[in-house]
Design a protein around this ligand. Structure first.
Ligand code: PLP
Length: 421
């Protein structure tokens, strides 16, 4: 495989972009491939190599690259203009759709990214309760904003900087951390700061250090302890929303939080974020209330059009059932490969999410950190040379999409066999 153009581009990039990239996890060693185009399940680099893609834009592309329904919707919108700075009918339609699908959502504020969504949700929860602290899960990732950058998953953990420099300790002193799947630790944290915990924010399935699944009863227990203590429960469904079910993890597991953040999949590849929740909380957001939130690109007509098309396509193509079946069969085929080779590695995941942990199956962040990262990195590069693009970290979830064919899956399972061996 020749990747000479990519190598040269990265040399150039390092002189003008910190680390040569625009977002840390893209800085694959020794250099990333530079993409020329993508279609369906495939991504093609500037040297003409094509890869089966399981990164899928790090989550948004549940329908695959360049899905015709999304393309049509945004093209139609382009002919009417792409930014107005006024309200549109599109945002009202999309809000109503989301509210009808998410049990926890009675009102929404549209923003541009998942980062803004969690930042706004936490601010609203603090404004609503008049309390300062919030509890997050170790290894949980909620975007790259100050209060959330403590023991954060995703690129932060991959690069060994889960606690960012440049964040004054004063800014994170209200951020409490507890391990996932440990209700005692969460209960103790809530009790220790009984009068000052505004919110718990949690990825229902840890997607940025995993996937790591909730143990039976855990999410129900989290719901119970937050409810009993008047703590706002925020499900960060930026990965799981529209993925596990139309109504996200809250529908899949049958646990309803007070607030929900959405992003990624809903935009179909365009930028979007959603702060959603109970009316009494949401009405604290400006201009209805005094919790300030604003954005030039909030409710972007292009993203709203894409969002409406995503929801319609998910339903029309029965995407969740298909991905549940395809995911199960792929996970079991790769698990068989691992077992045949006598490796003590473990497959994790559900629906369209999967990952082989190079070690014991983790239940939380500490356990995940014990996996053999060095071996994973060797494996990642072998897979890439075989034309399979996996997320370049033990701690990023692999994503299956509607566009992956049985042929893609067969080739991938074979490559797992060859390269794990
Ligand atoms: C990706 C992600 C975010 C941040 O979303 P951006 O659009 O990258 O700002 C927040 N929460 C979770 C769970 C995510 O996976």
């Amino acid at each position: 495989m020749i990747t000479e153009k990519s190598r040269k581009l990265f040399e150039e990039a390092k002189t003008v972009l910190p680390g040569g990239v625009s977002s840390p996890v893209r800085a694959i060693k020794p250099y990333p491939f530079y993409t020329k185009s993508a279609d369906g399940s495939k991504i093609t680099d500037v040297d003409g190599n094509t890869y089966i893609d399981y990164v899928m834009g790090y989550g948004p592309l549940l329908l695959g690259h360049k899905h015709p329904a999304i393309r049509e919707a945004v093209t139609r919108q382009f002919s009417n203009g792409w930014l107005y700075g006024t309200p549109t009918e599109l945002e009202v339609s999309l809000a109503k759709k989301i509210i009808s699908l998410y049990a926890s959502i009675e009102m929404v504020r549209f923003v541009s990214t998942g980062t803004e969504a969690t930042m706004g949700a936490l601010r609203a929860a603090r404004g609503f309760t008049g309390k300062n602290k919030f509890i997050k899960i170790e290894g949980g990732f909620h975007g790259a904003h100050e209060a959330a950058l403590v023991k954060a998953g995703s690129g932060a953990t991959t690069l060994g900087t889960p606690d960012s420099k440049g964040v004054p300790a004063d800014f994170t002193k209200h951020t409490l951390q507890v391990p996932y799947n440990n209700i005692e630790a969460m209960t103790q944290a809530i009790e220790a700061y009984r009068d000052d915990v505004a919110a718990v924010i949690i990825e229902p399935v840890l997607g940025n250090i995993g996937p790591i699944l909730p143990e039976k009863g855990y999410l129900e227990d989290v719901r119970k302890v937050t409810e009993e203590n008047d703590v706002v429960l925020i499900f960060d469904e930026v990965i799981t929303g529209f993925r596990l079910a139309m109504g996200g993890a809250q529908e899949y597991f049958g646990v309803t939080p007070d607030m929900t953040t959405l992003g990624k999949i809903l935009g179909g590849g365009f930028h979007i974020g959603v702060i959603g929740g109970k009316r009494e909380i949401m009405e604290n957001i400006s201009p209805a209330g005094a919790v300030y939130q604003a954005g030039t690109f909030n409710g972007s007509p292009v993203s709203m059009s894409a969002g409406l098309a995503v929801i319609e396509t998910l339903r029309k193509e029965k995407v969740h059932g298909k991905l549940e079946t395809a995911g199960d069969s792929m996970r079991s085929a790769i698990s068989d490969v691992v077992a045949d080779l006598g490796l003590n590695y473990n497959m994790s995941g559900l629906s369209s999410m999967f990952k082989v942990f190079f070690g014991d199956l983790p239940h939380n962040y500490e356990e995940a950190l014990k996996c053999d990262k060095e071996k994973f990195n060797v494996f990642f590069n072998k897979m890439l040379k075989d034309g399979i693009f996996l997320p370049p970290s033990q701690y990023e979830t692999n994503f299956l999409s509607l566009a992956h064919s049985q042929d893609d899956i067969d080739k991938t399972v074979e490559a797992y066999h060859r390269n794990l061996k």
